[in-house]
Design a protein around this ligand. Structure first.
Ligand SMILES: NC(=O)c1ccc[n+]([C@@H]2O[C@H](COP(=O)([O-])OP(=O)(O)OC[C@H]3O[C@@H](n4cnc5c(N)ncnc54)[C@H](O)[C@@H]3O)[C@@H](O)[C@H]2O)c1
Length: 100
């Protein structure tokens, strides 16, 4: 996991379940994580978790529906910086129907 420290991960469906678990592992490994999810309530819970555990600066939440193709390019530019440091994981079933 040393190779990923300092890099940025973008986890769709990241505010609950498998995605949230992945986000926690990645933050523990030293990554910055953008947690993208369609559910505001899940995002609020995830933000509270990372804030309470001392990782407020390591996890950014973003409301995003991965089936909305036009919404997918915006967070990468605005939140994740340049793409060389950008790694993407997906956990939602919706991703399979979205163009990359
Ligand atoms: N949990 C398991 O043991 C398990 C096992 C095998 C497969 N799966 C599959 O993996 C997937 C995730 O499972 P989970 O347990 O983490 O589910 P979950 O419901 O806990 O988490 C999924 C997250 O994805 C978000 N989401 C749903 N649609 C979205 C969209 N269009 N855009 C952005 N975010 C969206 C939800 O709001 C939720 O926060 C599901 O398809 C599930 O069937 C889960």
């Amino acid at each position: 996991m040393e190779q990923v420290a300092g890099k940025v991960a973008f986890v769709t469906g990241g505010a609950s379940g498998i995605g949230l678990g992945l986000a926690k592992v990645l933050v523990s490994a030293g990554m910055k994580v953008v947690i993208a999810d369609v559910r505001e309530d899940h995002l609020a819970s995830a933000a509270a978790f990372f804030g309470d555990s001392g990782h407020r600066a390591d996890a950014v939440t973003l409301r995003l529906d991965v089936t909305d193709r036009s919404a997918l390019s915006t967070p990468r530019r605005r939140r994740c910086g340049h793409s060389a440091r950008f790694i993407c994981w997906s956990t939602t079933p919706a991703w399979g129907s979205a163009d990359r």
